[in-house]
Design a protein around this ligand. Sequence first.
Ligand SMILES: [Zn+2]
Length: 320
Amino acid sequence: MSARFDLGTRPHLGYTGSVLDRAAERRHDAAAMAALAADPRARTFAIAGELVCLHKGEPFNDPTFTFAQAAALASGPDRIREQVFLGRNGDAALFGVAIDPDAAEPLKSRGDLLVTDLRSLATGALVAPEHLPPLAEAKSLLGWHRRHRFCSNCGAPTRLVQAGWRRDCAACGAEHFPRTDPVVIMLAIHGERCLLGRQSRFAKGMWSCLAGFVEPGETIEDAVRRETLEEAGIVCGRVAYFASQPWPFPMSLMIGCHAEAVTTELKVDRSELEDARWFARDEVAAMVLRRHPDGLTATHPFAIAHHIIRAWLEADQGLF
Ligand SMILES: [Zn+2]
C-alpha cells in the first residue's frame, strides 16, 4: 500500500459525541420526570416533523426553549403532540417536544426564529456542535412516535409511556419500543482503488460510499456484500467495521465498513445509482481536499462516508 496521505485535522463526525446522561433508570418514574420538567433549568427542543425551531443568534443559533416558549410556538400547551425526555446535561434536564408542522410554517417568517432542517444545521454549523447529538436523538425519537400512534399488533391507538421511550397498547397489552433502522455504508477497496457511487439527487460532482438497509436475518458483513453486489455487481470478501453514526432521517444508524473487493467488473444498478466507478487513491485524496481538477468531491465531512473514505486514504497499513 502506498504512503499515507496527510489530509490535515480530522473533522468531527456529525451527530456523535453526546454529552447527555440519558438517565434511563429515571424514565419509569413519572413524578421524577414531572419534577425535572418543572425545574426552571429544564429546556426542550421544538421539533416539527423534519424541521427544528431555533432562536436566531450569533455565532450560533440556540435550539433550546423553556416549556412555556415551546408551548407558545405550538400555539398552546394542548398543541404539543408528544413530550420526550432526552437526558440530563449536568443538573439541567433536556426534553424534546413535537409540534405540528403546520404550526411551524408561520414561524418561518418570524425575525427572531430560524426554522430549518437538521441536515442544514449540521452542514452549515448553525448550532453549537454539542447540540447536534441530542437534536438527532429528539428528531429520531419523535419521528418514531409520529409513525406509531397505532398498535402494529391489533390496530388500536397506543399511548406514550416511560417518558417517551415506549408506547403501550391498552387493547392487547403490546409494548412498543422506539426502533432504529440499521444501514450499512461501505467502501469497497481493490488494491489502490476504491469504489464510489453517486445518486442523481447528489450535488453535482459529489461521490460517496454505497449504502443500504440491513435486512432481517442478515449480518452486517452479509449486508455489505449483498448491497455492493446488487448496486455495483462487485463481489466482496473480508469486511471490517469502521465506526457508526446516528442518522436521524428518519431514524437510522449508519454502520460504516471497509470491504475487500475480489472482482472489479462493474454492473451498475441504474435504478439505485446514477453511476459507480473505481477511483485511484490520489484522485480520491484530491476530492476530499476539494482540489480535484474536474471539481469532483467526496461527501461532506459531517457524514460518515467522508470518514470511511478518509480512513482508507490515511491508512499506512492494511485495513483488514
Ligand atoms: Zn394492540
